[in-house]
Write a protein that binds this ligand. Structure first.
Ligand code: ADP
Ligand code: MG
Length: 688
C-alpha cells in the first residue's frame, strides 16, 4: 500500500464512505494520511458543575435529575433535561435526537461534555456528548485528533481508517542524509505521520509537525531555487520606453499616485528599460493600491508593442481585473485590447481567445492559471504580472514566464513579511514596497464581540444598507454538513446563515451567498451583481479574501472569527475601507475564552498587517497552529511562514547546501531525495 492506493482498498471503505471521503478531497491513502487533524481535543478530568466555566468546553460527571422534557419547533425536536452533582445543577438540550430520551432516565449517571453557556443565573450545555465513565477514562489526558469532517464521517471513523492505513503503508526510505536529520532535529517521516494522527503527547506532536513542515518548505525552496539558477541575469530582450500613454493616463486619473506608488512606478520603469530583465515583487498591504501600478506597467508594455499577461489566483478576481481594465479603456481611452481567459469559459470562447492571443490581436491577457495552459501561445509576451502571487506555486510562475522569451516579471503580494523571511521566500526577486495608504481613507472601526451582539449587528447592517452601502458576512463553512459539532462548537455556514439573515433583515435588503463549491459561472454572476450593487449583503466563505475591490462595501462581519488566523482576518478586513465612506469590521467570536478574545483584540488595536501576524504568534504555541491558516496567500498545507520561521530558515540552509554541492542531484546519496522531490513537486502542481 502506498500513497497512490485508492481509499477503497481499505477494509470498510465502500462506495458510500468513498464518496464522503471524496467530499473532503481524499481519494488515495496518501491523501488520507496527509489530511492532518485540524486540532486536538484534550479530555481533562471532569469538573464539578459549579466549577464549569461559561464559554469553555467542559466535562461534568452528573446524574439526570428529572424527567426529560420534549418540545417541537417546526422541524426541530428539542429534548431538555436537568442534571446535578453535589455542587449544583444545570440544563442540557439536544436537538433532533429523540432516541436519547431512553438513555436520559432520571438517576442515570454519565459524563456530559460540551460548551458551557450561561443561561440566566444557571448554566446550559447544548448538544453535549455523553460518555460512560469507562469510555471517558480511555480518552483522558490524550490528545484526541479532530479532523475536518463532512456529515456521515466522524473523527473517530477517520482515525480508524488512518490506523488501518498506517499498518499497511510502505513509507519511502529516508531521503535526507543523516546529518540533515541530526542538525535539524528531525524525526523520520513515518514517525511524524504516525504522531500527527496519534500523538503520544504534546512534545511528539511538535516534533511531528516540525518534520512535516520541514519537508514542505524544503521541497518548495528547492523547486524555487533550482529554477532560479536558470533565470539569473537574463538580458533585457524587451526594452520598453515610456510613452505618452502612461503620462496621459496618470493625468486623467481622478487621484494622484501616493508617494509610495510613485516610487515603485519609477523602479518599474527603470527595470523595463534597463539592462536585464525585470524580476520584481511589489509588496503592499491590502488597499495600498497595487493594481494601478500593475496597470501602468502593462500599459507601458502595450505601448511598446508587446503583449502583457495578468494572472490572478481566482476567477472572481480575474474577472474583476478584467472589468476594471475595460472601464479604464472606456473612460480614459487606453490602448489596451484585452481578452479574458478563465477555466469556466466554453471551449469555443477559449478557442477564440487562444486565436486572438496567437495572432497578436490582443495586447493584454487577463485570467487565472488558464493563462499557462499548453494551448496558449503568445505572439510577443513582454510582461507577466501575477497578483497575490503566493497562491501560485513557483512552477506556475515559471510556466507563465516560459511562455515568452524571458518576459519581464512583476509579482504582487499583500502578505506582510519581514525582510529576512522575504529573502528566503523570494530570494530571486527585487523588492518594492508600497508602505502608504492613499490619503483620505478613514481608519476602519473594529469591534470584537460575542454572539449575543448579533441582533445589534443586524440592525447596524440594515442601517448601512439603508444608507446605500454594502456588506460582507463571512462564515467558515459552506453547508450545514461541512463540520459536525464535535467539541460543542457548531460553525456557522454560508447557506443556512443566508436564510437566517434574510429573516433578520428587512425584506427589501438583497442577500445572496458565494462559496468556493459553486460553479464558476454562478460565482462570477454573484460577484458581478455585488459589484453592480444589485446585491446588498454578500454572505461568503473566504473565497473573497484575496483582492476583491468593491469600494462601496463598508461592513465586514466575520462569524466564528476565532477560527481564522489573524493575518487572514486582516486580509478579509482589507475588503472594506477602500472608498470614501467610514467602514466597520465586526468580529464575532463564538468562543468566549479569554484567550481567544485577547487574540482577536490585536486586530482591534492595529491595522498593520505585519504587527498583527507577529503578535498572533506570541499568543499561541505550535500545537495550536494546526488547522489555522495564518496567511491567506501562501499555499503551504501545514507550514506557516510566521510560526515556522525557524524551520523555514533551517530548510533554506539545507537547500542551499545541497545546491552548492550537487545542484542536479546526481550523486548517489541524493538519489532518494531526487525521487521524493520529483514526486512532491507533482503534488504541489496538482494542488492549485
Ligand atoms: P490592493 O493593493 O489591495 O490590490 P487596489 O489596487 O485594489 O488595492 O486599490 C484599492 C482601491 O484604492 C481601488 O479602488 C483603487 O482605485 C484605489 N486607489 C489606488 N491608488 C489610489 C490613490 N493613489 N489614491 C486614491 N485611491 C487609490
Ligand atoms: Mg489587489
Amino acid at each position: 500500500m502506498d500513497g497512490n492506493t485508492p481509499v477503497t482498498e481499505l477494509k470498510g471503505v465502500g462506495a458510500k464512505t468513498c464518496e464522503l471521503f471524496g467530499k473532503l478531497d481524499i481519494h488515495t491513502v496518501g491523501d488520507l494520511l496527509a489530511a492532518c487533524p485540524r486540532d486536538y481535543e484534550v479530555f481533562q478530568e471532569p469538573v464539578r458543575i459549579r466549577e464549569a466555566a461559561c464559554g469553555e468546553v467542559c466535562s461534568v460527571h452528573a446524574a439526570v435529575s428529572g424527567v426529560a422534557g420534549e418540545r417541537r419547533i417546526r422541524k426541530l425536536y428539542i429534548l431538555s433535561v436537568n442534571i446535578a452533582d453535589d455542587s449544583g445543577g444545570m440544563q442540557l438540550t439536544f436537538y433532533n435526537m429523540p432516541f436519547l430520551k431512553k438513555t436520559l432516565r432520571p438517576g442515570g449517571f454519565y459524563i456530559f461534555r460540551g460548551l458551557v453557556r450561561a443561561k440566566g443565573a444557571s448554566k446550559i450545555i447544548e448538544q453535549p456528548k455523553i460518555f460512560s465513565r469507562e469510555d471517558y477514562k480511555q480518552l483522558t489526558d490524550r490528545l484526541v485528533p479532530r479532523y475536518a469532517l463532512t456529515k456521515g464521517l466522524t473523527s473517530q471513523a477517520i482515525q480508524k481508517y488512518v490506523r488501518q492505513a498506517l499498518s499497511f503503508y510502505e513509507f519511502e526510505p529516508e531521503y535526507y542524509e543523516d546529518f540533515v536529520l541530526e542538525e535539524n532535529h528531525l524525526v523520520s517521516r513515518r514517525e511524524a505521520v504516525e504522531a500527527i494522527h496519534f500523538p503520544k503527547d504534546r512534545e511528539s506532536l511538535v516534533k511531528a509537525r516540525q518534520r512535516l513542515v520541514f519537508d514542505e518548505f524544503f521541497s518548495f525552496l528547492f523547486q524555487m531555487r533550482s529554477g532560479q539558477r536558470l533565470q539569473k541575469e537574463l538580458p533585457n530582450s524587451h526594452k520598453m520606453f515610456e510613452t505618452a500613454d502612461t503620462v496621459r493616463f496618470l493625468e486623467k486619473l481622478p487621484f494622484p499616485l501616493t508617494k509610495a506608488q510613485q516610487k515603485v512606478w519609477e523602479e518599474i520603469r527603470a527595470d523595463l528599460g534597463g539592462q536585464s530583465s525585470m524580476n520584481r515583487l511589489i509588496q503592499g498591504d491590502v488597499g495600498s493600491g497595487k493594481t494601478i501600478v500593475a496597470v501602468l506597467a502593462l500599459l507601458m508594455a502595450a505601448a511598446n508593442g508587446y503583449q502583457g499577461a495578468l494572472m490572478a489566483p481566482t476567477e472572481v478576481l480575474a474577472m474583476q481585473h478584467f472589468e476594471t481594465i475595460q472601464n479604464y479603456v472606456k473612460e480614459y481611452g487606453l490602448i489596451f485590447r484585452p481578452v479574458l481567459l478563465v477555466g469556466s469559459m466554453t471551449a469555443k470562447e477559449k478557442r477564440a481567445a487562444y486565436e486572438s492571443i496567437r495572432e497578436g490581436e490582443v495586447n493584454l491577457v487577463i485570467g487565472t492559471h488558464a493563462l499557462i495552459q499548453e494551448k496558449v501561445r503568445y505572439r510577443s509576451l513582454g510582461l507577466v504580472v501575477t497578483d497575490e502571487q503566493h497562491r501560485f506555486g513557483v512552477r506556475q510562475r515559471e510556466l507563465l514566464a516560459g511562455k515568452g522569451e524571458n518576459p519581464h516579471i512583476l509579482v504582487m503580494s499583500a502578505t506582510p513579511i519581514p525582510r529576512t523571511l522575504a529573502i528566503i521566500l523570494y530570494g530571486d526577486l527585487q523588492f518594492s514596497v508600497i508602505d502608504e495608504l492613499p490619503v483620505g481613507r478613514l481608519p476602519i472601526k473594529n469591534c470584537v464581540v460575542n454572539t449575543a451582539y448579533r441582533p445589534k449587528a443586524y440592525q447596524f447592517i440594515a442601517g448601512q444598507v439603508a444608507q446605500g452601502r454594502q456588506v460582507y458576512v463571512i462564515c467558515p463553512q459552506v453547508e450545514g454538513d461541512g463540520d459536525d459539532s464535535e467539541g460543542g462548537l457548531p460553525l456557522e455556514n454560508v447557506v443556512d446563515y443566508t436564510e437566517k439573515l434574510k429573516n433578520a433583515l428587512p425584506a427589501s435588503v438583497q442577500v445572496a451567498y458565494l462559496h468556493g463549491k459553486m460553479r464558476p459561472g454562478d460565482k462570477n454572476r454573484i460577484m458581478d451583481q455585488f459589484a453592480a450593487h444589485s446585491i446588498d449583503v454578500l454572505v461568503s466563505t473566504t473565497v473573497i479574501e484575496v483582492g476583491i475591490n468593491v469600494p462601496n462595501a463598508t461592513v465586514m462581519m466575520v462569524e466564528n472569527a476565532e477560527r481564522f488566523g489573524l493575518a487572514q482576518l486582516h486580509q478579509l478586513r482589507g475588503r472594506v475601507g477602500r472608498g470614501e465612506h467610514q467602514s466597520y469590521c465586526i468580529f464575532i467570536s463564538s468562543d468566549e475564552k479569554a484567550q481567544s478574545m485577547e487574540r482577536l483584540q490585536i486586530l482591534n488595536k492595529s491595522n498593520d498587517g505585519f504587527y498583527i501576524a507577529s503578535e498572533d504568534l506570541k499568543l499561541r504555541g505550535p500545537g495550536e497552529m494546526l488547522g489555522i491558516r495564518q496567511s491567506g496567500e501562501f499555499s503551504f498545507r501545514m507550514g506557516d511562514i510566521y510560526a515556522d520561521a525557524n524551520v523555514l530558515k533551517q530548510a533554506s540552509e539545507a537547500v542551499e547546501r545541497l545546491l552548492s554541492t550537487d545542484p542536479d542531484l546526481e550523486k548517489p546519496e541524493h538519489a532518494r531525495l531526487k525521487c521524493w522531490l520529483k514526486a512532491s513537486a507533482d503534488v504541489d502542481f496538482r494542488s492549485i
